[in-house]
Design a protein around this ligand. Structure first.
Ligand code: AMP
Ligand code: ZN
Length: 453
């Protein structure tokens, strides 16, 4: 599989830190509101990446944080006269409603800043001890200019950053480019005790701590929107590599493009946002997911109801095709179908090109509707379902409730167990498949399957 790596600005073959494993860290939302369609994009994109990588055999770990303490959360809590925890936990619950609706698989971990304070303090202490950070009036700053290659991700030059800074100079900072690791608490704000007095973490430090703690010293893939590349991701690198000079923090940086409205970034602060909840109510969660995958993840995507409607029509074509194929999906060797499947995988392997992968689904739908022999149709149905399963599209109400991608992954696991002469495991998998209603047959051409009636 190849990825466009923002760090090198090149497409590169994916080589994991550890054979067969993939550790993915994605920056999650600040929880003071319901999520909008822009926030849903990284959820859906990196969930699709995870599904595909798992399908092709990686043991994937995906970690996505919640920023559950922040100025905006505190402001909302003050408005409502409640504790900040009440706000962040309310909106974290709401995120789960939306991402479950979008069929996003649960991440391996969802760390929250307020539960990682001790480790954050330890990392800040170590950065001070190494000379990368300093305390002033209860706030701790990172010396950006001291970090090796600061600016390497966003391609910014530290001297230009210094010269170009227009923000009013903070007299406590040694240099304009220095950034906050730990913030002294203001009157009335929530705080934690620290060696520097009462305060709370700065924003960037949480991701450095969580990525290392839940994934390891080097993260295979770090995701997030391209709005976070600078300063957030640049600062994550600076902190992590200063603390651990032996390891590069992240091997592949993947950034999704922005969801736009009339060519402006969709943002809570701009007020030009569409809530996932509202769009799902008007269309459906699955149409929204399909819409978000309809273009390559790095391209900007303009949101409009007309575009969502066009997407809904396309989605209906796939569902119609499946509806019109009588009988249950089943597996059969067929060179034509293999060619469509090959196109799908080629697109997904090429920097997760879901747009081309969806084009392969439409090609197969066209083939099923026009040229295909009748006896191929159950296998075409199985292949379309497999493609949709990998993209996390449920085809609600119109497809048999079977996850072909999962069935095939289990069959591959059983084939490997058989090759290892691990008959216990291979029998266990056969039983698991049987419980799912899948009958398998070992043939000279490999394992075939169909659904039991
Ligand atoms: P935030 O709560 O703004 O920190 O955003 C949470 C996640 O959503 C981050 O990965 C952001 O990059 C991403 N994000 C925010 N706004 C947009 C947008 N308009 N389009 C795409 N991704 C976005
Ligand atoms: Zn982050």
């Amino acid at each position: 599989m190849r990825f466009y790596n923002t760090l090198t600005r090149k497409k590169e073959e994916f080589v994991p830190v550890e054979d067969g494993k993939a550790g993915i860290y994605v920056c999650g939302p600040t929880t003071y509101n319901l999520i909008h369609v822009g926030n849903a994009r990284p959820y859906v994109v990196f969930d699709t990446l995870r599904r595909y990588m798992a399908y092709i055999g990686y043991d994937v770990k995906l970690v996505q944080n919640f920023t559950d303490i922040d100025d905006k959360i505190i402001a909302k809590a003050n408005d409502e006269g409640v504790d900040f925890h009440a706000i962040s936990s309310r909106y974290i619950d709401e995120v789960f409603v939306d991402i479950d609706g979008l069929n996003v698989m649960r991440a391996t971990h969802y760390p929250r800043v307020t539960e990682e304070i001790d480790d954050i303090i330890k990392l800040v202490e170590s950065l001070i001890a190494k000379g990368f950070a300093y305390e002033k009036n209860g706030t701790v700053y990172f010396r950006a200019a001291k970090a090796k290659d600061y600016g390497k991700l966003s391609k910014k030059n530290i001297d230009e950053l210094e010269a170009g800074a227009r923000v009013a100079a903070n007299p406590d900072k040694e240099a304009v480019s220095d950034f906050v690791l730990w913030k002294a608490a203001k009157e009335g704000e929530p705080f934690w005790d620290s060696p520097w007095g009462c305060g709370r973490p700065g924003w960037h430090i949480e991701c450095s701590v969580m990525a290392r703690k839940y994934i390891g010293n080097t993260v295979d893939i770090h995701g997030g929107g391209d709005d976070l590349m600078f300063p957030h991701h640049e600062n994550e690198i600076a902190q992590s590599e200063a603390a651990m000079p032996c390891c590069s923090f992240v091997n592949y940086w993947l950034h999704n493009g922005m969801l736009l409205v009339d060519n402006q970034k969709m943002a809570k602060s701009e007020g030009n946002f569409f809530l996932v909840r509202d769009v799902a109510g008007e269309y459906s969660y699955e149409i929204l997911r399909f819409f978000l995958l309809s273009v390559h993840y790095r391209s900007p995507l303009n949101f409009s109801k007309e575009l969502v409607e066009a997407t809904a029509n396309g989605y209906e074509r796939i569902k119609n095709c499946l509806r019109n194929i009588e009988g249950e999906p089943s597996h059969a060797e067929n060179a034509n179908i293999e060619a469509f499947w090959g196109e799908f995988c080629k697109a997904m392997d090429d920097d997760l090109n879901t747009s081309n992968a969806i084009a392969a689904i439409f090609d197969l739908v066209r083939y099923a509707n026009k040229d295909a022999d009748k006896e191929c149709l159950p296998a075409i149905k199985a292949t379309i379902l497999k493609m949709c399963n990998i993209l996390g599209l449920k085809l609600e109400g119109d497809a048999p409730d079977v996850d072909v991608a999962e069935i095939e992954a289990l069959i591959a696991k059983r084939d490997a167990a058989k090759a290892d002469k691990n008959w216990t495991l291979s029998d266990e998998i056969r039983d698991e498949l049987a419980q799912m209603g899948v009958v398998i047959k070992d043939t000279r051409e490999g394992t075939k399957w169909h659904l039991s009636n």
